[in-house]
Design a binder for this molecule. Structure first.
Ligand code: KIV
Length: 289
């Protein structure tokens, strides 16, 4: 889906506003970490819709179309049932709504694990159908061959280590990782394997802080923390979590707003005005000339 067409936004509020501005690129993101130091931390948020993307884009370096959309948008119990169609459609919307950030799209569970060739077909489809610049996939050493295969064929890959939600059935839950020496060693090894395979950045999720720092020091590409450490090279949050759309959020989420309350109060006021016939009022009505 093209993102270069010009749209007439005066006629439909659903259309995104195209902006003549150059996007950040994957190499620019990669190069923000130089000699082990990221002077300006990378800012990433998830986004799932065009309007969300429009609002978040000016403030971010990267927008992640996360498979967290399974829970956040579709009300699914985990990311496992998320499909390629869901990811491609939401990624296309986010690309259309943004003009500055690098858009990264999650590869859904089952679309990349079986073989590097399968992964290439899935990743190519996601990029072709959405216009996103890169894919993200979960897993460390076991996925290194696949990451290398994709990168060598023109597909930038963001890795994801530590708590990997697609492995919830193996991990048995969403508890923080890296508490035992063996687990900690594995997470650092996973990150190193992804870096060697050519990942341009690595999400480090739900790990004890010293391990997040160890990973960040061990790899030359940027790490992006979530439930990890402020010393990572960047941070990511699920946008609906940080906006307060859910009452219960994981410990690592900081709520910057309370949109659930705002929406609920607005809906209650609207319902009241419909019921007492004070909406629509004179300002909202068309009258004959
Ligand atoms: O799916 C997602 O939103 C993610 C982030 C939490 C990193 O993978």
């Amino acid at each position: 889906m093209s993102t270069t067409f010009q749209l007439d936004t005066s006629t439909s509020r659903a259309n995104p506003t195209p902006q003549p501005m150059r996007r950040l690129t994957v190499p620019k993101i990669r190069d923000r970490k130089a000699d082990g130091i990221t002077a300006e931390p990378l800012v990433m948020l998830t986004a799932y819709t065009a309007r969300q993307a429009q609002l978040l884009d000016p403030h971010c370096d990267l927008l992640l179309v996360g498979d967290s959309l399974g829970q956040v948008i579709y009300g699914l119990p985990s990311t496992i049932p998320v499909t390629m169609e869901m990811m491609a459609n939401h990624a296309a919307a986010v690309v259309r709504g943004s003009y500055h950030s690098v858009v990264v799209v999650d590869m859904p569970f089952g679309s990349y694990e079986a073989s590097p060739e399968d992964a290439f077909d899935s990743a190519a489809r996601l990029l072709k159908e959405s216009g996103a610049a890169a894919v993200k996939l979960e897993g460390g050493e076991a996925m290194a061959e696949t990451v290398e295969f994709l990168v060598n064929r023109g597909i930038p890959v963001m890795g994801h280590v530590g708590l990997t939600p697609q492995a919830v059935n193996v991990l048995g839950g969403y508890a923080a990782r890296g508490r035992s020496d063996a687990e900690a060693e594995k997470i650092v090894g996973d990150a190193k394997a992804l870096e060697a395979a050519g990942a341009f950045a690595i999400v480090v999720e739900g790990v004890v802080e010293p391990i997040a720092i160890a990973v960040t020091e061990a790899v030359s590409c940027p790490t992006i923390g979530i439930g990890a450490s402020a010393k990572c090279d960047g941070q990511v949050l699920v946008v609906d979590d940080m906006l307060g759309m859910f009452e219960r959020v994981p410990r690592f989420v900081k709520k910057y707003e309370n949109l659930a309350e705002t929406i609920s109060e607005a809906a209650a006021r609207y319902a009241g005005e419909v019921r007492d016939r004070s909406f629509p009022g004179p300002d909202q009505l068309y009258q004959p000339k």
